[in-house]
Design a protein. Structure first.
Length: 373
């Protein structure tokens, strides 16, 4: 545990750098606001290093301390690191700023940080972390949330728990931004419609439902191919896999963009989301959207205009039935499919630019730093 070689303006705390939508956003935040005078701590063991290079692009110093802070047999080391890092931050001559990307370690040290040091938290959804963070609200200067629906969920929670109004006023909405593709080439809809699922194979994503829609579409002889991009093979029942084109986990951004550019639709069957990056990325590549009405998705997806929304979140049989119905309609009305894609491309360029995302985060950091003077 060597002392740091210099003082830093910003201390970032994240659990992971492995594959995930949250990790991609965290990396973009560091690229927008980090640099040589910033340091990033990773506190949990990552499953892969796929987004590590994206954090390196920020120019920040990077320290993966997970071998010490994510070991239940050596838990005392976690406590030691809490004290050490808190002391480093508190004893700097220059006042730093702390950014916490849903990192439990950062919440645990937040009461130990001097009050004059601003602490920002980024919340992606309404989940168990929404309850874990409540005792630490007095130490958080600003809360960033990516979803208006999730802001409403947290405000209802605050009301139920009688959280003082001062903490409601600290919430700020910043929509995630993405690098927008330069190509705006119209898609070919003369042959097979390609439906893309992109993401993890975790329980809430219900990837098996997408596979069931693929099977039913094949039984109906619809001209549709289902592509699965991500580590999802084990989330799909073996009996359904022959109806799915499983691309696996792709790292090369050019290959990822190529998949999006060939897809006509992106599909989401999750029972919970904030506002998933896959929708922003799909829209920017001219894809229509088929999704469950969760999180902020209904704010951005309008039925028959740029996609379709399932009428239920929990009725899985109905979701499969409606998915086949939507695809049957689009296979007959290729003009509607094209128009949805073009509407989404325009919408993405107007609402999800990385420039706007960067500007809002820089303004937030600058505002909190200016309040110190």
């Amino acid at each position: 545990m060597l002392p740091l070689k210099k003082e830093y303006e910003t201390f970032y705390f994240f659990p992971f750098y492995h594959t995930g939508g949250a990790e991609k956003v965290h990396a973009l935040v560091t690229q927008a606001t980090g640099g040589p005078n910033s340091i990033i701590y990773f506190t949990r063991t990552s499953h892969d290093k796929n987004f590590y290079a994206d954090f390196v692009k920020s120019g920040s110093t990077i320290k993966d301390i997970s071998r010490y802070t994510d070991n239940k047999f050596l838990y005392f080391l976690n406590l030691i690191y809490r004290g050490y890092i808190s002391g480093v931050i508190n004893n700097q001559k220059k006042t730093a700023l702390i950014f916490n990307g849903q990192c439990n370690f950062a919440y645990k040290i937040s009461p130990w940080i001097k009050k004059r040091i601003p602490q920002i938290e980024l919340i992606h959804s309404f989940n168990t972390f929404s309850w874990i963070r409540i005792p630490f609200l007095p130490f958080i200067s600003r809360t960033v949330m990516i979803s208006q629906v999730r802001i409403d969920d947290h405000l209802k929670q605050y009301k139920k728990l009688k959280v003082p109004d001062v903490y409601k006023a600290r919430i700020q909405h910043i929509v995630n931004g993405i690098p927008l593709p330069l190509s705006k080439k119209q898609k070919d809809v003369t042959e097979t419609i390609k439906v893309l699922y992109a993401g993890r194979g975790t329980e809430e994503k219900r990837v098996n439902l997408v596979a069931k829609i693929a099977v039913r579409s094949a039984q109906e002889a619809l001209p549709v191919e289902f592509l699965f991009m991500g580590d999802v093979r084990e989330a799909i029942s073996p009996s359904l896999r022959s109806f799915c084109t499983i691309l696996g986990h792709l790292v090369d951004q050019k290959k990822i963009d190529e998949v999006y550019s060939k897809a006509h639709l992106v599909i989401i069957t999750s029972y919970t989301e904030g506002f998933p990056l896959v929708i922003e990325e799909g829209m920017s590549h001219g894809c229509g959207v088929i999704a469950t009405p969760v999180g902020d998705i209904p704010i951005h997806v309008k039925p028959h205009e740029n996609g379709f929304l399932f009428s239920s979140i929990w009725d899985e049989a109905l979701i499969v039935e409606e998915g086949v119905k939507f695809l049957s309609l689009l296979s007959k009305e290729k003009g509607l499919l094209l128009q949805m894609g073009e509407n989404n491309r325009k919408y993405a360029y107007e609402n999800f630019s990385l420039e706007a995302f960067d500007k809002k985060y820089r303004q937030l950091f600058d505002q909190l730093r200016n309040n110190l003077s």
